[in-house]
Design a protein around this ligand. Structure first.
Ligand code: NAD
Length: 493
């Protein structure tokens, strides 16, 4: 029997699923897609069908980009203050729909409802308000007379139409991280959400549509290879902002380069977590458990690759195991659940295949298997004694899995941590101030936490070093990504 909460949440998804079936959000309304093909969307907690969305073609992308292009000059002409006021109205409307949006996101993406309500959506709202305000005071070199007889004026302008492509692990958060800085700086947007998680973006589009001019924000549903590809190589897109895997990022970057367009790429990670013997172990274990299991480990910055000083490794593993085994894995509408399902059967099987391929000398401390359904459940897993060059260590796992390696010296810890193509995030746990300074200086990662992991604010930049990406999201730099600087020189003699 379903509870009232379950009933409400499933109803919220059913309603949006019905409204958007076979359609795209173009020019301020749901409009039938030219494509008659569709993608079936499943509930990760039960495996049940939630609905179908259009598998849009290049013609559908054309229609959305054309709408965004028509709307862009007028939107760019709106003053920053007025754009900010309108975006803040959107944020207020999102706040008023917080429960409904959280229900949609929880069910569709497979996230415990309470976590979405208490943490993710408040973070999304804060991001909206940050971008809306910060775009009113963008930096530029000072205008002035740098040569005799001429005056120089700097103009910071929008790029034009932005193509956005988002992944399934944080559908609404990633949508806002692209859409709000782009809109706040005077661009218009066409966004393609991931195949398995269309619904929160769809609801966001409806809310935006009630407050912003038609065509300013458009959504096309579809597959990566067809819809995403058509968007990233569309001639009328000025830039593409993509979050997803390295492999897809390479394709999106190549498509953009083909048209001499900017690509902002936020790609995968494989965060090392260095735990020294002088770390305050109990709070470190709490932070690492949360950092590794948040969003069922489907997190590009997840605390997955643990490097522990040899002298404390057994007590570390015991403490991690105790915490991991306390977690309650289950459906997202069960209030007891702390770790939700994997987003899709494909993702669960991908992670299981990686665990299966582990080196002969490694040992599973806990977990390592799927949990009997319904839903795509995977037991939180700790694998110790892994090799530094095996796939579980060198590649992103993207599931609730910790690997544990040991080190003897600070230099060895740094070498193991930096021994990866990824450069998104890392953390170090130590009570020695000098050591924390030395280690964070030497780490090749865009975000380094000291005595913490997985803490964010929209005011602070996220940049992938190495193969983890190009460009910045969040913070002032994230807004500047969607602008260009024009120098106007005026002869004043
Ligand atoms: P993915 O690369 O398969 O898909 C991401 C998006 O790209 C989806 O919308 C997909 O439809 C689209 N896509 C697929 N092929 C495409 C193509 N040829 N052209 C254009 N678009 C295409 O990744 P995923 O499995 O959906 O997401 C997980 C990945 O995202 C992980 O590697 C994770 O680390 C990464 N991620 C990174 C960040 C970050 O900020 N760096 C945040 C979240 C997720």
């Amino acid at each position: 029997m379903t509870t009232a909460t379950e009933h409400d949440a499933l109803l919220a998804v059913a309603h949006i699923a019905e409204r958007i079936s076979g359609a795209n959000f173009v020019d301020g309304a749901w409009r039938p897609a030219a494509s008659k093909e569709s993608i079936t969307v499943f509930d990760p907690s039960t495996g049940a069908e939630l609905g179908e969305v259009a598998a849009s073609t290049a013609d559908d992308v054309d229609a959305a980009v054309a709408a965004a292009r028509r709307a862009q000059p007028a939107w760019a002409a709106v003053t920053p203050g007025e754009r900010s006021r309108l975006l803040l109205k959107v944020a207020t409307a999102v706040e008023e729909s917080l429960i409904e949006l959280s229900q949609i996101e929880a069910v569709d993406a497979g996230k415990p409802l309470q976590v979405v309500l208490d943490e993710e959506l408040p973070g999304v709202l804060d991001g909206m308000r940050f971008f809306a305000g910060a775009a009113r005071s963008l930096p530029a070199p000072a205008s002035g007379d740098y040569l005799e007889g001429v005056s120089s004026v700097m103009r910071r302008e929008p790029l034009g139409v932005i193509g956005g492509i988002t992944p399934w692990n944080y559908p609404i958060l990633q949508a806002v991280a692209k859409v709000f800085p782009a809109l706040a700086t005077g661009n218009t947007v066409v966004l393609k959400p991931a195949e398995t998680t269309p619904y929160s973006t769809a609801r966001l589009a409806e809310i935006i549509g009630q407050h912003l001019p038609a065509g300013v924000f458009n959504v096309v549903f579809g597959t990566g290879p067809v819809t995403g590809d058509a968007l990233s190589r569309h001639p009328d897109i000025a830039a593409v902002s993509f979050t997803g895997s390295i492999e897809t990022g390479r394709k999106v970057g190549a498509a953009a380069a083909d048209g001499i367009k900017k690509a902002i790429l936020e790609l995968g990670g494989n965060a090392p977590v260095i735990v020294f013997d002088d770390a305050d172990l109990e709070p470190a274990l709490d932070a690492i458990t949360l950092g590794g299991l948040y969003n069922t480990g489907q997190e590009c910055m997840a605390a997955s690759r643990i490097l522990v000083h040899r002298s404390i490794v057994e007590s570390f593993i015991d403490g991690l195991r105790a915490r991991v085994e306390r977690e309650k894995v289950g459906g997202v509408l069960d209030p007891e659940t702390t770790v939700g399902p994997m987003n899709s059967a494909t993702q669960r099987d991908r992670v299981l295949a990686k665990i299966e391929k582990r080196s002969a000398g490694s040992r599973i401390v806990t977990g390592g298997t799927a949990i009997e359904g319904p839903g795509y459940l995977l037991a939180p897993t700790i694998i110790a004694d892994v090799e530094k060059d095996e796939e579980l260590v060198t590649e992103e796992i993207f599931g609730p899995v910790f690997t544990v390696q040991t080190f003897d010296t600070e230099d060895e810890a740094m070498e193991l941590a930096n021994g990866t193509r990824y450069g998104l995030a890392a953390s170090v746990f130590t009570s020695n101030v000098g050591r924390s300074q030395r280690v964070q200086n030497g780490l090749n990662f865009g975000t380094v936490w000291v005595n913490n992991h997985l803490v964010f604010a929209a005011d602070l930049p996220v940049s992938g070093f190495g193969a983890s990406g190009v460009g910045t999201e969040n913070a002032e730099l994230g807004l500047l990504e969607f602008t260009r600087l024009k120098h106007v020189m005026i002869d004043n003699r």
